[in-house]
Design a protein around this ligand. Structure first.
Ligand SMILES: [Zn+2]
Length: 238
C-alpha cells in the first residue's frame, strides 16, 4: 500500500496548544509513522507545510500535495482541543467514506495509548477529507488540553505510532533498527616511556610538530583523563 501522511496546520499556521503543541506533535507522529510504514514495505511520503501564511493557503497546499502523489490512502494527523482539564478525553478518527478503517485506527490508538476510544466520526465539513481524491482519514490523536491525555501520549508515543501502522496496513509493524552504536577501536599503540624509540615515537613527534596530532593521540589523552566522573557530571549540569 502506498500512503501519503501529513501533519495538520503548519509552521506558521499553528493549531491547538495546551499541554502539547498540536503542530509539533503531529509532525513527530507523521515522521515516526512514515518511518515505520516505509520500514514495513509500504512506500510512504510525509508532508509538513512550512510555507503557508493563511489557513486557506495551508489547507490548499496540504491537499494539493496529497493529490499530486500516486497513493492508495491519504492520512492527516491532528490533535484535538476542548478545554483545559486533568480528565482523560481520548482519541478519535474522522472520515467521510472510510468508516471501517477509521474505527480500526481509533480503536488501535486507544488500546496502544490507554486512551479513551471516542471512535470513528463522520465529518462532512473538513477540507482535507472533502478534497483529497483517495480514501482519506483524519486522526485526532488525543486532546492537547487534557493533562491525562498528554501524559498517556508522551508515555505511549511509540506504541501509538506502531498501532496506527498496524491498523492502516493490517500488518505487524516492522521496527527500523536503531542506528549502530559506534565504539572507538581499541588502541594498539605501544605505551611510550622516557627513552622509548621506534615508529610510534616518531609518529608522536611528527604529530606534536604539526598542527594536527595523529588520531590516536587525542583518544589516548582522553583515556588518560584522571576525572572521567567529573566530565560526566559537567555534561549533565548543562
Ligand atoms: Zn487540528
Amino acid at each position: 500500500m502506498i500512503i501519503v501522511i501529513s501533519s495538520g496546520h503548519g509552521k506558521y499556521i499553528r493549531g491547538a496548544s495546551g499541554y502539547l503543541d498540536e503542530v509539533d506533535e503531529a509532525r513527530r507522529v507523521v515522521a515516526r509513522v512514515g518511518d515505520l510504514l516505509n520500514a514495513g514495505g509500504n512506500p510512504t511520503k510525509t508532508y509538513n507545510d512550512d510555507i503557508s501564511r493563511t489557513q486557506s493557503e495551508n489547507l490548499n497546499r496540504v491537499v494539493s500535495y496529497h493529490n499530486s502523489q500516486t497513493r492508495d490512502l491519504d492520512i492527516s494527523v491532528h490533535f484535538n482541543a476542548y478545554k483545559t482539564t486533568s480528565s482523560p478525553m481520548g482519541t478519535e478518527c474522522l472520515y467521510v467514506t472510510q468508516q471501517s478503517l477509521s474505527a480500526k485506527v481509533s480503536s488501535a490508538i486507544a488500546g496502544a495509548g490507554s486512551l479513551i476510544n471516542r471512535g470513528a466520526k463522520k465529518r462532512t465539513d473538513l477540507y482535507f477529507l472533502n478534497n483529497t481524491a483517495k480514501p482519506a482519514i483524519l486522526i485526532e490523536v488525543c486532546f492537547v488540553d487534557s493533562s491525562a491525555d498528554a501524559n498517556l501520549y508522551r508515555t505511549n508515543f511509540e506504541p501509538i505510532c506502531l498501532s496506527i501502522v498496524q491498523a492502516v496496513t493490517g500488518q505487524s509493524a516492522v521496527v527500523p533498527p536503531e542506528p549502530p552504536v559506534t565504539t572507538p577501536p581499541p588502541t594498539t599503540k605501544p605505551t611510550i616511556k622516557k627513552g622509548s624509540t621506534g615508529p610510534a615515537v616518531r609518529e608522536l613527534q611528527a604529530g606534536l610538530n604539526s598542527d594536527t596530532a595523529p588520531a590516536w593521540w587525542s583518544t589516548a589523552t582522553l583515556a588518560r583523563s584522571p576525572t572521567p566522573q567529573r566530565a560526566t557530571t559537567r555534561l549533565r549540569a548543562i
